[in-house]
Design a protein around this ligand. Structure first.
Ligand code: CA
Length: 227
């Protein structure tokens, strides 16, 4: 499906030119010529990216950006006047993903758009990658673990071990495999270090919340089992 771009720019000549180029690249484009209309469209439309001029009638670009950011993480590239350093700083502070200085080469704008879209695509994927098992939620992107909303503080290796078990839910993993995942292939110490980390996890999770998260499979290794 074509990516949808909202262009908020009051200089109609620039707006038309950019629209034409974007359409030529296969993007869908909608335009707004003032800040208020642009904000309304941004809030109601489902856009993949917004190009936002700063000097706009009715509502300036920074204010539009601040309000957009209250409801959505859509990538925003600011269009700023030449050398307006303050605009750039304020724009980035207010949550812009990038900015481009006018006048710009269209190829540069297209490149910035591709980068911003790729970045937001990755972010979207990671956000959906929350792992769950028996009420425990592991958010890989934020590096957070919780049980029914209560935060569980884990060390880096405890986190990696739990993540490996949750990613491979219902699969029994032996100690060597876990060791490689948690400590890296160059690790040459004792494999019973995994038993130690499992014990830590059980203290921090099972004992605290009265659940049985990690099962020991005698002679093989460990698994998180859930129907
Ligand atoms: Ca303007």
């Amino acid at each position: 499906m074509n990516k949808k771009i909202l262009l908020i720019e009051d200089e109609e000549q620039i707006a038309r030119f950019v629209e034409l180029e974007l359409k030529h690249e296969g993007y869908e484009v909608e335009k707004a010529f003032d800040g208020r209309t642009g904000l309304q469209m941004a809030e109601s439309g489902n856009f993949d990216l917004i190009l936002l001029d700063i000097m706009l009638p009715e509502l300036n670009g920074l204010e539009v950006l601040r309000r957009i950011r209250k409801s959505t993480e859509v990538p925003v590239i600011m269009l700023t006047a030449r050398d307006a350093v303050m605009d750039k700083v304020s724009g980035l502070d207010a949550g812009a993903d990038d900015y481009i200085t006018k006048p710009f080469a269209i190829e540069e704008l297209l490149a910035r758009i591709r980068v911003a879209l790729k970045k937001s695509g990755r972010k979207g994927k990671q956000e959906s990658q929350k792992l769950t098992a028996k009420g425990v939620v592991l958010d890989d992107e934020r590096h957070e673990v919780s049980f029914r909303g209560e935060r569980i503080e884990l060390t880096h290796r405890e986190f990696e071990l739990l993540k490996t078990l949750m990613v491979n839910k219902n699969i029994v993993l032996d100690r060597d495999c876990l060791l490689n995942q948690v400590c890296g292939y160059e690790y040459t110490g004792e494999t019973n270090v995994i038993d130690v980390y499992v014990r830590y996890l059980r203290t921090k999770i099972d004992d605290r919340f009265g659940i049985k998260l990690i099962s020991t499979i005698r002679g093989v290794g460990y698994a998180i089992k859930e129907d």
